[in-house]
Ligand binder design. Structure first.
Ligand code: NAP
Length: 242
């Protein structure tokens, strides 16, 4: 049994990644925060691809919860360590910095950055023992370019990009690669309030992307074929200037 863990696997980009990993034969641990019905839909799609998986509810930003739910699973499945980790869970809460509350700042940073730390710290241990692993972090164009109204989100994603590059250098000798994928505008719940018609003229391919197009990039970096690629950020943004 080859195991993959996708945080925020219940909806959007995370769901598309779970389904693609199932197509590739992975048993998929589908993390979500609260939306059990959506997570169950992802699991049904995973099963429809002839694979299997398990729902795993925890808040990636809550170290104690991650330790108790994920830590216990890993402890009980030492013979099946997680081979692929996709740190995808993320939120945005946009406003200009001058109006941003401390909570808006912290919630967004904690989900992306603490989430990356809490989950990766546990999962990388098994990868180090097995001397194999693939870690892919879903970041954003915002983390590369900075976007007005998203100081919190841009900082959070830029932080994860820095951590990606550092960790890649720490674990490369153990055959573990660590990369990031930076989507532009992708059609999910997160972008449902953004008017595609008015934004698409900024995008060379003249449309928003689909979650499946991000999943392809993630699954390439998560594959054995990407063995000599580590510490990079792969843009999946239809050619938007970064
Ligand atoms: P989405 O449709 O809003 O889905 C977010 C997912 O993350 C859901 O599965 C949600 O679980 C989960 N989640 C949120 N906070 C969590 C937490 N604290 N612990 C565990 N799970 C949590 O978002 P999306 O558009 O697919 O985005 C996925 C990733 O891509 C995010 O990191 C986002 O920043 C990044 N991204 C998206 C775009 C875009 O245009 N959509 C562009 C660039 C980057 P529940 O279902 O339980 O709420």
């Amino acid at each position: 049994m080859k195991v993959a863990l996708v945080t925020g696997g219940s909806r959007g980009i995370g769901r598309a990644i779970c389904v693609k990993l199932a197509e590739l034969g992975y048993f998929v641990l589908i993390n979500y925060q609260s939306n059990k019905a959506a997570a169950e839909e992802t699991l049904a799609e995973v099963k429809s691809k002839g694979s299997d998986g398990e729902l795993m509810m925890f808040d990636v930003a809550d170290e104690a919860q991650v330790q108790s739910v994920l830590g216990t699973w890993l402890e009980n499945h030492k013979e099946n360590p997680v081979e692929i980790l996709v740190n995808n869970a993320g939120i945005k809460n946009d406003t200009l910095l001058m109006w941003m509350s401390t909570k808006q700042w912290k919630d967004v940073l904690n989900t992306s950055m603490d989430g990356f730390f809490n989950v990766t710290k546990l999962v990388v241990q098994g990868m180090l023992v097995k001397k194999y692993g693939r870690i892919v972090n879903v970041v954003s164009l915002s983390g590369l370019k900075g976007m007005p109204g998203q100081a919190n989100y841009s900082a959070a994603k830029a932080g994860v990009i820095g951590a990606t590059k550092a960790l890649a250098q720490e674990v490369g000798r153990r055959n573990i690669t660590v990369n990031a994928v930076a989507p532009g505008f992708i059609r999910t719940d997160m972008t449902k309030d953004i008017d595609e018609k008015s934004f698409k003229q900024l995008i060379p391919v003249a449309r928003f992307g689909n979650p499946e197009e991000v999943a392809e990039a993630v699954c390439f970096l998560a594959s054995e074929k990407a063995s000599y690629i580590t510490g990079v950020v792969l843009n999946v943004n239809g050619g938007l200037y970064t």
